[in-house]
Design a protein around this ligand. Structure first.
Ligand SMILES: *Cc1c(COP(=O)(O)O)cnc(C)c1O
Length: 403
């Protein structure tokens, strides 16, 4: 095997393989063009159609489109009606948006450690973290793997708490034959560029509560009374009332145009990622790393992120150094995540120490997400495998030299 680029060799491929590159096809391109030509590019009929399609796909009672999952989290946490300092229990093994949104809604994030190696919230640690100020449990279906929703919802019901899911990775995730969008009080989905369905930027709230659904529509558009986006439509101008100091979180028909066709292909695209997943699993069996655990019984994994956990002791290299070497091979990758409790603002504000959440810390230092877009060709997948094998054997050999 040739040397890695970092040791003077040549890269496994000439052009750069972008991590999380979206699979955009002709139907969504045509739909965007049709929206542009229709004269109605803001929130309108295509957004409503996308909400309907998503509601049906998730089997939830209501679905409301917004312009990001961050906005979705912010709005649902506002609907939880937190008073200054009310507590939201979650894990630090997530994206910044989860914890930031809790603060935007005046809440206080209370972290409990995640499980090794999945990174999911450990249901066994939640109860001990409940105080008289606790209002919400916020599980994250990390990488597309379903959290233990039965245990979480039972506990929430027993203690009078709300359950709001961060389902940014979990469009296709099912728990006991139900979409995670139809479990708990609300779920928040993302259509960011790297997500399983993309609208460029976008998000969706699913809920079983009609009151929350109505309030989301109002709060997402300046707090104007329901259906205010129609005020310039062919229904004729309608007067609206401002009923709350709302936000500017509405989705546009240009975004929904992408979403409609992306969602129509969501199952096909999942099968493509399942194939890539299985190929990675087979190819990495003998490498000094942990491949993702199989999905728990009775759940469906949305295969959003293929995360390996590097055996940094056997490889004698840090994840950052390894990732950089992979980048030099022209393979893009991701880190999901460096735990929130290790981030500067959260350390400074809440006084977290690295060891406060040992599993989150261990995952933060070892996790690496490999390309998994349905757009990957067989050759692309082979390149990722070749680069991983090359770097692993290089770092293992370097370690034995060092001894
Ligand atoms: C992407 C992501 C978000 C935020 O989604 P946006 O649509 O970019 O606002 C929130 N939580 C998790 C876990 C994510 O991966």
């Amino acid at each position: 095997m040739s040397d890695p680029v970092i040791a003077g060799g040549s890269p496994v491929r000439k052009d750069y393989l972008i991590f999380g590159s979206p699979d955009i096809r002709q139907p969504e391109i045509d739909e965007v063009v049709a929206a542009l030509k229709s004269g109605w590019i803001g929130t309108g009929p295509r957004t409503t159609a996308f909400e309907d399609a998503f509601r049906q796909y998730s089997g939830s009672r209501f679905a409301r489109a917004v312009n990001s999952c961050t906005a979705a989290l912010h709005l649902t946490l506002l609907l939880a009606d937190l008073k200054e300092g009310d507590e939201v229990i979650t894990t630090p093994m997530t994206f910044a948006a989860t914890a930031n949104a809790i603060l935007h809604a005046r809440g206080r994030p209370v972290f409990v450690d995640c499980e090794w190696p999945t990174g999911l919230i450990d249901p066994g640690r939640i109860e001990a973290a409940i105080t008289p100020r606790t209002r919400v449990i916020l599980p994250i279906h990390l990488a597309g793997r379903a959290c233990e929703m039965e245990a979480i919802c039972d506990l929430a019901q027993r203690r009078g708490l709300l359950v709001i899911s961060d389902a940014a990775h979990a469009i296709e995730t099912r728990y006991k034959n139900r979409s995670v969008g139809a479990i708990g009080d609300a779920a928040c989905f993302s259509f960011y560029v790297t997500k399983n369905v993309t609208t460029g930027e976008g998000g969706m709230i699913t809920t079983e509560k009609s009151e929350w659904s109505n309030m989301v529509e109002v709060l997402a558009l300046h707090g104007q009374s329901r259906g205010a986006w129609k005020r310039y439509s062919d229904d004729g101008f309608k007067r609206y009332e401002v009923v709350a100091p709302g936000y500017k979180y509405n989705m546009t028909d240009m975004q929904a145009s992408l979403g409609l066709h992306q969602l129509a292909r969501v199952e096909e695209s999942l099968r493509q990622r399942e194939d890539i997943w299985a190929r990675y699993d087979r190819a990495f069996k003998d490498l000094p790393l942990l491949t993702p655990a199989p999905p728990q019984k009775g759940t469906r994994h949305a295969r959003h992120l293929y995360q390996v956990l590097l055996d940094t002791a056997r490889l004698c290299v840090s994840r950052d150094e390894f990732q950089n070497a992979l980048h030099r091979e022209n393979i893009g990758s991701g880190v999901h995540y460096v735990s929130i409790h290790l981030q500067e603002y959260y350390r400074r504000t809440f006084g977290f120490k690295a060891e406060d959440f040992p599993n989150a810390l261990k995952i933060s230092e070892r996790t690496l997400s490999l390309p998994l877009s349905p757009k990957l060709s067989d050759e692309d997948v082979n390149d990722v495998v070749a680069a991983m094998r090359k770097l692993c054997s290089y770092y293992v050999a370097r370690r034995s030299h060092a001894k």
